[in-house]
Design a protein around this ligand. Sequence first.
Ligand SMILES: [Zn+2]
Length: 256
Amino acid sequence: MSVLKRLIEGFVDFRAGYWRENQPLFERLAREGQQPKVLIVACVDSRVDPGILTSTKPGDIFTIRNVAAIVPPYEPDGRHHGTSAALEFGVRALGVEHIVVLGHALCGGMRALLAEDDATLAQFEFLKPWTEIVRRAADTVRLGAPELDAVATQKAVEQAGVVVSMGNVLTFPWVREKVQAGTIAIHGWHFDFRNGELSAFDPREARFVPIAAASDPERSITSGNAEQLDTDRLLSHLVNNFRTRKPGMITASGTL
Ligand SMILES: [Zn+2]
């Protein structure tokens, strides 16, 4: 069976099953419009689908997908900013209450940051300038924890990249205003599809904690801590936590 035929048959199944079963939901969404409370910034990676891994339904999450789940800084320069446009629509038009930056294991976009002398990557036109947005993540890990092996380095960069993007979210003035007003919270997640573990960034501890083990998996950047938020300090603490491997922290091989 051709790949596309499989998709078309999949759609036929969807229409006969899911769509029919959820017709009242689709009718309501058509009548009332969408009112998602959560905006997720995820990677384009085919292995990490935010809707599937959160068991949500149409209308629940407003999803932005790009290479490596990166949020660029606020740059109102009239150029083509797809991610910023989607962020603006989610925050200013839809009024989402949570913004989640969702990084993931084995992220090729983050790996590109670490493969500076890769000849194939060097030929690409758009990939490198895009991932350079979170260059700070790779540099902080390399300088701060040079002893980490390749697997741990990759994971540390993926998680550090989430933290850089969380900081960038706050550079958008209309996000910052809502965070200060207590109407938006910013979360950082990292999903490892190898062991099925979702970890949430704890800004107080500067580390990612598996949600099953976290005392408060909803701990986030809110009105209470946004003003003191220092991305560089958080990054260096995050990398330090990787080095010292405190009990309960996440390592490349799982939870210690
Ligand atoms: Zn990725």
